[in-house]
Design a protein around this ligand. Structure first.
Ligand SMILES: Nc1ncnc2c1ncn2[C@@H]1O[C@H](COP(=O)(O)OP(=O)(O)OP(=O)(O)O)[C@@H](O)[C@H]1O
Length: 291
């Protein structure tokens, strides 16, 4: 599986201390829906192995940005590059094949299929035939494709799902189903994982479990992650960098410590919730204007 590079070699660092290799570059991104400007001149980067969080109040533009990165929406102007791929010109089908995986705010699993079958669907971008055909094939065939199954079982093991491989997804608790969805995204061997509100609707134990998994993916396994999340305790725990949007504009960027101490962010969004949910801040780092 993609994350099998369990302990990545030391990553070359840029002058700002962040990894040098840029995986996702967003520059001057603007998206208008008629008279509504959902994104206005947004810029940031996701570097190799980094977890970058996008936060902001309702309507700030987070989903609009995710939709641009997934090629579900075409930006009005600006640059959006995933490695060498121009995402402003890509079809949405090209995005997973290029190495961008996604989990959704609302679960989109096959409830009558098993954990293994659902995760195997994530391999479809690595196969020649389509997703539904693949699902039917896996169910109907006794022939095993060892490489695909082994890769998926490795992902299930990583996410604590291996014991449940033959259980139908529909009967599983919500938090477990969210992990199955993550397994499906990881099974496609992404370089960049987009996570849309991964802990929304989870109880505290499920949230803690998923938070640990996301940290592990980014820090120990070298996966780049872009996460939208309203749970600021989770964001502060997993993020290397945070970009804060308000009314479609970037109002702050930087490390969790810097964001926590940024007055504009406090005024616009965080209020006192961060103080309640995170330990006392160390001396504030500078927020960066660049990504
Ligand atoms: N299809 C659309 N047509 C018109 N306006 C839209 C459309 N989608 C989003 N918007 C507007 O764009 C702005 C940004 O919305 P978006 O959903 O991206 O925000 P968000 O930060 O994801 O909010 P939330 O946290 O509530 O999901 C909002 O003003 C929203 O009403």
């Amino acid at each position: 599986m993609p994350t099998s590079a369990a302990t990545p070699a030391a990553v070359p660092a840029a002058a700002d201390g962040r990894p040098e290799e840029v995986v996702l570059r967003v520059e001057g991104l603007t998206l208008r829906y008629g008279s509504v400007t959902a994104l206005n001149d947004v810029g940031f980067t996701v570097r190799a192995g980094e977890t970058v969080a996008l936060v902001g109040p309702n309507g700030a533009g987070k989903t609009s940005l995710f939709n641009c990165v997934s090629a579900f929406s075409r930006p009005t102007s600006g640059t959006l590059r995933f490695r060498d791929l121009d995402l402003t010109r890509s079809s949405r089908h090209a995005v997973p094949r290029a190495g961008i995986g996604r989990t959704f705010q609302n679960l989109s699993l096959f409830p009558g299929a098993t954990v293994l079958e659902n995760a195997l669907v994530g391999r479809h971008s690595l196969m020649r035939s389509g997703m539904v055909a693949n699902l039917a094939w896996w169910r109907g065939s006794r022939r095993e494709d060892v490489a695909h199954r082994e890769a998926v079982c490795e992902v299930l093991d990583l996410l604590g799902l291996l014991d449940l491989w033959d259980v139908e997804v529909g009967g599983l608790p919500y938090g477990t189903r969210k992990r199955v969805e993550l397994a499906r995204a990881l099974a496609m061997e992404p370089t960049l994982l987009l996570m849309d509100e991964p802990v929304a609707g989870m109880n505290p134990a499920e949230t803690a479990e998923l938070t640990a998994i996301v940290k592990d993916l980014g820090r120990r396994r070298g996966l780049s992650v872009l996460v939208v999340e309203h749970d600021m305790a989770m964001v502060m725990e997993v993020a290397d960098q945070i970009t804060v949007l308000d009314f479609g504009q970037v109002i702050a960027q930087g490390t969790p410590a810097a964001i926590r101490d940024d007055q504009r962010v406090r005024d616009a969004y965080l209020g006192n919730s961060v103080e309640r949910s995170t330990p006392a801040a160390p001396a504030a780092a500078e927020t960066t204007g660049e990504a």
